[in-house]
Write a new protein. Structure first.
Length: 86
């Protein structure tokens, strides 16, 4: 799979999302930032993103997908903390 394919699949369900991908071939890390994640428990957020890739994971087209799913406020707060730590 390609990073663009991963982003397209996520955007089909989370049309407001900012998506940050890393990795290559069949192993990726993805950060999904969307207001649609508001009110969901962290594990439910991850499950909602991972479920979009059930077929690709089952077939082996995608071997591993690490998901970080946050609301924009959470993402901005985490970026502020990162900046302070540097």
């Amino acid at each position: 799979m390609q990073k663009q394919e991963i982003a397209s699949i996520i955007l089909a369900s989370f049309d407001d999302a900012e998506i940050i991908t890393a990795g290559a071939d069949c192993s990726f890390q993805v950060t999904v930032v969307s207001e649609k994640l508001q009110g969901m428990m962290p594990v439910k957020r991850q499950q909602s993103v991972l479920s979009l890739f059930a077929d690709q994971l089952k077939s082996g087209e995608l071997h591993a997908l690490s998901v970080k799913a946050q609301t924009p406020a959470e993402y901005n707060a985490s970026q502020s903390l990162t900046s302070i730590e540097l």
